[in-house]
Design a protein around this ligand. Structure first.
Ligand code: PHE
Length: 467
C-alpha cells in the first residue's frame, strides 16, 4: 500500500528549485508584472518589488517550505501537525488550490488554442476583432482545450514527484528561459511606424520599463504602488495556496532550503523582468503608451496577437514561440496546484496517488466546465467588491486571491510568529548545520511587518481601504 512506502522526495536541490520556480513562474509573471510595472512608474515599481522580494517574499516562502519539510505532509495535514488548533489554515490552504485549478486550466486551454493557431499559421485571423470573444463564447472548443490541459497535468502528477514534476520542470524551465530571452531580444529590435508617420522603437519602450518616473508621485500614489507590488509578489511566489508546503514536504533534510529559496526568487524575478523586456517594448512600439494600459486576457489574447500579426512573416514564428513559452509556464504552475491538492488528499485520507489524482481531476473537470460555460450558456455578470463585474472565473479568482489567500498567509504569520515562535522555522532551516541568512530580519518580518502588510493587502482587496 502506497501510504506505507517512504515519502517521495526531489532528487536534489536543482530538482526542487526548478519545480518550485516552475510553480512561481506563471501567467502572473508574463502579463501581470509587465503591466503593473508600466502602469506604476516603471523603475519605481521594480525597485519596490525587489526590496519586498528579499524581505516580505523571502519570509513567506521560506516559512511554507520549512513547514512542509518539517511536517513531511501535504498542507491539509501539515498545519494540524504543527498545532492542533491550526487545522483550519490547512483546510483553507487546500480549498484555495481547488478553487484555482479549474480556472487556471480554462486559461491553459485558451493558451493551447492560441499556440496551435500560431503554429499552424493562422495567427493573422486570431488577431481579428472579436476573435477571442467569439472563441470563449463558443461552447465546445474551450471545454475541449480545458480538458486537454487538465489531462496533461493529471498525467504528470500521476507519474509522481521525481518522474513527473521534477523531470518535467528540469526539461521545461531552461527552455522557457531561453524562449523569453529570444523574444525579449527580438522585441528590443522593433521599429514601428504608424499610418500617420509616427515612429516608435522598442528601446524607447524599454526606458518606460526601467527608468523611474517620479512625476506626480504623491504619498497616496506611492502607497498604491507599494500595494500593487506586494500583491504581485504574493501571487507570483505561489504563496498561501499550499503549494510551497507540498513541495517543501518533498525536500530532503540535508538540503539547504535557505539557498534554494533565494534561487527560486531569483528565477521568478528574472523571468518577470525579462517578460517586461519582452512585452513592454513590443506593445509600446506598436500601440504607444495607451496600449500599455491593456491588461490580463486583453493583453495576452487580444493585443499581442494583433502585434504578432502586424509583424508580417515574423509574426507566426514569434507568436508560436511566445505561446509555447506561456504554455510551459502555465503547465508547470498548474501541476503545482494539482499536487498541492493531491498531496493533501494522500496524507489526510491515506489514499494512493492514483486515487487522489483521479478524484481531484474529476472535481477540477466539473468545475472547469462550469467556468468555461460561464462565458456562454451560463453567462451572467456578477458585481465584485472592487467595483467591476465578472463571470465565474473572476469570482473564483477574486475569492481565492483576495480573501482566502491573505487569510491563510496572515494566520500562518500569527501561528509561526506568535504561537509557535520563529525558532520553529529557523530551527528547521538550520537543521543539519546550515546558517539561515537574514534570520534576525526574518523574526521581525514574520511577527510584525509581514502580517501588517498582508492586513493592508486584505483590507484593500475587500474594498475597505480605497487607494
Ligand atoms: N505564481 C504563478 C504566477 O505568477 C501563479 C500561480 C497561481 C501559480 C496559482 C500556481 C498557483 O503566475
Amino acid at each position: 500500500m502506497s501510504e506505507k512506502k517512504s515519502r517521495s522526495s526531489f532528487s536534489g536541490s536543482i530538482g526542487f528549485v526548478l519545480a518550485a520556480a516552475g510553480s512561481a513562474v506563471g501567467l502572473g509573471n508574463i502579463w501581470r508584472f509587465p503591466y503593473l510595472a508600466a502602469k506604476d512608474g516603471g523603475g519605481l515599481f521594480i525597485i519596490i518589488y525587489l526590496i519586498l522580494s528579499v524581505t516580505f517574499g523571502f519570509t513567506l516562502i521560506i516559512t511554507e517550505v520549512a513547514i512542509g519539510r518539517k511536517t513531511k505532509k501535504g498542507p491539509l495535514s501539515a498545519y494540524k501537525a504543527l498545532n492542533k488548533k491550526s487545522g483550519f489554515i490547512g483546510f483553507f490552504a487546500t480549498i484555495v488550490p481547488m478553487m484555482i485549478l479549474p480556472y487556471y486550466c480554462a486559461i491553459g486551454g485558451w493558451v493551447i488554442k492560441y499556440f496551435i493557431g500560431f503554429l499552424t499559421g493562422q495567427g493573422v485571423s486570431m488577431a481579428d476583432d472579436g476573435y477571442f470573444t467569439g472563441f470563449i463564447t463558443s461552447t465546445a472548443e474551450p471545454l475541449i482545450f480545458m480538458f486537454i490541459f487538465l489531462g496533461i497535468c493529471a498525467i504528470v502528477i500521476l507519474r509522481g514527484v521525481v518522474k513527473g514534476i521534477e523531470n518535467l520542470s528540469k526539461f521545461l524551465m531552461p527552455i522557457l528561459l531561453v524562449l523569453v530571452v529570444v523574444i525579449a531580444i527580438f522585441s528590443l529590435t522593433i521599429t514601428h511606424t504608424d499610418a500617420d508617420g509616427t515612429t516608435r522603437t522598442g528601446l524607447e519602450g524599454l526606458k518606460i520599463l526601467f527608468i523611474p518616473d517620479f512625476t506626480g508621485v504623491t504619498v497616496g500614489s506611492f502607497f498604491s504602488v507599494l500595494v500593487d507590488a506586494m500583491g504581485q509578489l504574493f501571487y507570483s511566489l505561489s504563496i498561501a495556496m499550499g503549494i510551497m508546503v507540498a513541495y517543501g514536504s518533498y525536500v530532503k533534510d540535508n538540503e539547504n532550503i535557505s539557498k534554494a529559496v533565494n534561487r527560486i526568487e531569483i528565477f521568478d524575478t528574472a523571468v518577470a523582468i525579462l517578460a517586461g523586456v519582452m512585452i513592454i517594448p513590443a506593445v509600446y512600439s506598436f500601440m504607444g503608451s495607451e496600449g500599455l494600459s491593456a491588461s490580463g486576457p486583453g493583453l495576452m489574447f487580444v493585443y499581442l496577437p494583433k502585434i504578432f500579426a502586424a509583424m508580417g512573416v515574423w509574426g507566426n514564428i514569434i507568436g508560436t514561440i511566445f505561446f509555447a513559452m506561456v504554455l510551459f509556464a502555465a503547465i508547470t504552475s498548474a501541476i503545482s496546484i494539482l499536487e498541492a491538492v493531491v498531496s493533501s488528499f494522500m496524507d489526510e485520507f491515506h489514499i494512493s496517488r492514483k486515487k487522489a489524482t483521479i478524484i481531484e481531476t474529476v472535481i477540477a473537470a466539473v468545475v472547469g466546465a462550469i467556468v468555461c460555460l460561464g462565458y456562454n450558456v451560463m453567462y451572467f455578470e456578477a458585481p465584485l467588491p472592487n467595483g467591476s463585474t465578472g463571470q465565474i472565473l473572476d469570482i473564483l479568482d477574486y475569492v481565492s486571491n483576495n480573501i482566502l489567500m491573505p487569510i491563510v498567509a496572515i494566520a500562518t504569520c500569527i501561528l509561526i510568529g506568535w504561537v509557535l515562535g520563529p525558532k520553529t522555522i529557523i530551527g528547521e532551516v538550520e537543521k543539519g548545520g546550515v546558517q539561515m541568512g537574514r534570520s534576525k530580519l526574518y523574526v521581525v518580518m514574520i511577527k510584525f511587518i509581514a502580517p501588517a502588510l498582508l492586513a493592508v493587502l486584505f483590507l484593500k482587496a475587500i474594498g475597505l481601504i480605497l487607494i
